[in-house]
Design a protein around this ligand. Structure first.
Ligand SMILES: Nc1ncnc2c1ncn2[C@@H]1O[C@H](COP(=O)(O)OP(=O)(O)OP(=O)(O)O)[C@@H](O)[C@H]1O
Ligand SMILES: [Mg+2]
Length: 220
């Protein structure tokens, strides 16, 4: 489902060259639950951005569901992303002025799907927020905000869900609730890739990929 071959990402900033990823080879199969661990600056977010089609590699080949992603233009990438990938970030990335329901509706509206309000409400119900649909992000707790973000990630029923430190801003109990939701999603067949420093999450995943200095160190 996800296949990276010789993926390199080089940033040039103020005359300085940073090789964030160096010839990364990685395969992630349908229905896997993988965690990615490694020190700060090791390239985890860079890798997630490439897997998630938010960014293109400098070199190497990326095939997603049979699609050669590295050859696509921006519109093509956006379309692949919208259909295949749900994102959950550490800082939630919700729109502050929109209600929970409106935030979850966004990917559906972008895709031109009919019945957006009903589907968004159903996704919020799935994450246990049926009684918070009209709340804006500043009227929700951290764990509730992350659940809204998870509802937004799953509302298009994407085959792949990518999470970049989803419990990084949550206390351990709230983090455990979010972890439960991930286990449910995995149980329903989603492919989950989670960047995390959280040993609980790593322990529940099927495979831990460790990266350091832009290279895959080990797969346990
Ligand atoms: N847009 C950018 N321009 C220049 N350098 C960048 C850019 N994004 C990331 N880098 C550099 O690439 C390297 C990898 O960064 P990345 O964000 O992938 O690390 P990370 O493993 O996610 O770290 P953390 O655990 O702190 O989130 C770092 O050295 C970083 O400074
Ligand atoms: Mg990061």
């Amino acid at each position: 489902m996800i296949e990276l071959k010789g993926i390199t990402k080089t940033y040039f900033l103020g005359g300085q060259r940073v090789e964030a990823l160096s010839s990364v080879d990685l395969r992630i199969g349908k229905g896997e639950f993988v965690s990615i661990m490694g020190p700060s600056g090791s390239g985890k977010s860079t890798l997630m951005n490439i897997i998630g089609c938010l960014d293109r590699p400098t070199s190497g080949a990326y095939t997603l569901n049979g699609i050669r992603v590295e050859e696509m233009d921006d519109d093509g990438l956006a379309a692949v992303r919208n259909r295949n990938i749900g994102f959950v970030f550490q800082s939630f990335n919700l729109l502050a002025k929109q209600t929970a329901l409106e935030n979850v509706e966004l990917p559906l509206l972008y895709a031109g799907v009919e019945g957006a309000a009903r589907m968004a409400a159903e996704a919020l119900r799935e994450v246990g927020l049926e009684n918070r649909m009209g709340h804006r992000p500043n009227e929700l707790s951290g764990g509730q905000k992350q659940r809204v973000a998870i509802a937004r990630a799953i509302v298009m029923q994407p085959p792949i869900i990518l999470c970049d430190e989803p419990t990084g801003n949550l206390d351990s109990r709230t983090g455990a609730e979010v972890m439960e939701l991930f286990r449910d999603l995995h149980g329903k067949g989603s492919t989950l890739v989670v960047v995390t420093h959280d040993n609980e999450i790593a322990a529940h995943s099927g495979r831990v990929i460790t990266i350091k200095d832009g290279r895959v160190l080990s797969e346990a």
